[in-house]
Design a protein around this ligand. Sequence first.
Ligand code: SAH
Length: 225
Amino acid sequence: MRREQDELHHRGIGMTSQRTRERLIQRLYEEGLSNARVLEAIRRTPRHLFVDEALAHRAYEDTALPIGHNQTISQPYIVARMSELLLAAGPLDKVLEIGTGSGYQTAILAQLVERVFSVERIQSLQERAKERMSELNLRNVVFRWGDGWEGWPALAPYNGIIVTAAASEVPQALLDQLAPGGRLVIPVGADDMQQLLLIVREEQGFARHVLDAVRFVPLLNGPLV
Ligand code: SAH
C-alpha cells in the first residue's frame, strides 16, 4: 500500500480520497494504457490543484474540465495516451509543449523527461501554471509566453514535441524544430473532427501515423492575451 508521502504535494489531501485516485489509474490501465512510468506520474500528481476549488471534487474523473478563458484541462486518458506516444521509443531529453493551459500535462511530462519547455498564449494561465510547478517542486520546466505556431526556435531542436490544442494543419515550425528521430504528437483537424497524429523525423523526411479520433480546443491564431 502506498503512503501519502509518495505524493508530490500535501495540500488538499482529504479533499479527494486516495481511493478515487487509484480508481482512475485502474481505469486507465483497463483502457489499454500500460506505460508504468506514465501511470505512476498520474497517480502521484494531485490533479485537483490544477482546477478551481469548485471543481476539485471532479478532478479524478476521466474527463476534461473548464479552466477559464474557454480552455480546458485535458482528460487524464488523453494526457496518458500522448505521454505514452511521446515516450514509446525511449527516454527523452528535451520536450517542447505547446498549450500549457493549467500545467497538468506539463507536470506529468516534467516527471518523465529531462527538461520541458512549455509555450502558452494566455499569460494569466501561464502564471498560474508556473505557480503550480513551484508548489509541486518541479524545477525542470521553462515557460514562454508566445505563439505555439512558431514553436520555440531559440532552444530547438527537441526530441519530443507535444501539442495540446488542435491545429488546422501541422505547423511547419514544429517540424523544423524536431531533432533527428524526434517525435511530434499533435491533434490535427477541424472543431468536430480531429485525429491524433504521431510524426517521427527520419533521416529523409517524416513518417506520419494517423491514430485516434480526438477532440481538443483549437490551436488559435492571433494576438497573445
Ligand atoms: N494541456 C493543457 C491543455 C490546455 S487547453 C491542460 O491540460 O491544462 C489548450 C491550451 O492551448 C490553452 O491553454 C490555450 O490557451 C493554448 N493555446 C491555444 N492556441 C495556442 C497558441 N497558438 N500558442 C500557444 N498556446 C495556445
